[in-house]
Design a protein around this ligand. Structure first.
Ligand SMILES: [Zn+2]
Length: 254
């Protein structure tokens, strides 16, 4: 099947660009990105995306306006990028992931400290908690792959290496660098990134405490419902939108 037959594509709209910009502000508010490093994208055609770019008035991800979100094709050619704006140097993370994984419609690349330290210390997240955060527990059960190189992913070949390490998982720790997270929607990708951060934070703090904590038993896992539904992701997303904007979130489908 060609990508165009199966790709998750969002309508390019002012609302979608606001969603991408808001996701950058949420990631900054939650400490997953700092300063001007990190970016979010959404597929708007089988081989085109909108992505957070840097303009001449760049002020960091915490203050990302929708006017920082611009459209490019998967070869990096600008569609509507104005003069003065630059796409991310690591654009291939987004373009190659969306090219090779048509089921995904959104990509996050961030540099969260907890995942960085887990990657450096070679601490694989384990399912040591349950009802505290069920989606994060399931992420640990499914495994969090690690791309072992600390390179800036500026070329498609390097992104292909990362994708090989990532396999069929929607998350990947880039050792000595950061994380890549994919979702069908921007909201789903953000919630997954936050869950990965929660998992890495607990993993790191337990290591700091020097405690060997057992994984929860299978009988407890069996009692935990699967909360990974789109409905749950949207609810969590709306909470974070409301919090970062200081007002109730509109109902969004992107
Ligand atoms: Zn990076």
């Amino acid at each position: 099947m060609s990508v165009s037959e199966v790709a998750t594509v969002h309508e390019d709209s002012a609302q979608l660009r606001e969603v991408v910009a808001t996701s950058c502000r949420i990631l900054a508010a939650k400490g997953l990105v700092e300063g001007i490093l990190g970016h979010v994208s959404a597929r708007v055609a089988p081989d085109e995306l909108v992505v957070r770019c840097r303009g001449e008035d760049e002020q960091g991800l915490a203050l990302t306006p929708a006017s920082d979100i611009w459209r490019l094709d998967f070869d990096g050619n600008p569609i509507d990028l104005p003069a003065g704006y630059s796409p991310p140097k690591e654009l291939p993370i987004h373009t190659e992931l969306l090219r090779q994984r048509p089921q995904f419609g959104a990509v996050i690349h961030a540099h969260p400290p907890a995942a960085l330290l887990c990657g450096l210390a070679q601490l694989p997240p384990r399912a040591v908690f349950g009802a505290y955060n069920i989606p994060a527990m399931r992420m640990a059960l499914d495994g969090v792959p690690v791309y072992p190189r600390s390179v800036l992913i500026r070329r498609p070949e390097l992104a292909a290496e990362m994708l090989e390490a990532m396999g069929d998982r929607p998350v990947c720790v880039l050792r000595g660098h950061g994380i890549t997270v994919a979702g069908e929607t921007v909201a789903q990708a953000v919630v997954r990134a936050l869950n990965l951060n929660a998992l890495a934070t607990v993993t790191l703090e337990l290591a700091r405490l020097g405690r060997a904590v057992p994984e929860i038993p299978a009988t407890d896992v069996a009692e935990l419902p699967d909360l990974g539904s789109a409905f749950n992701d949207e609810a969590v997303w709306r909470y974070h939108v409301a919090k970062v904007n200081g007002s109730p979130a509109p109902h969004l489908n992107s």
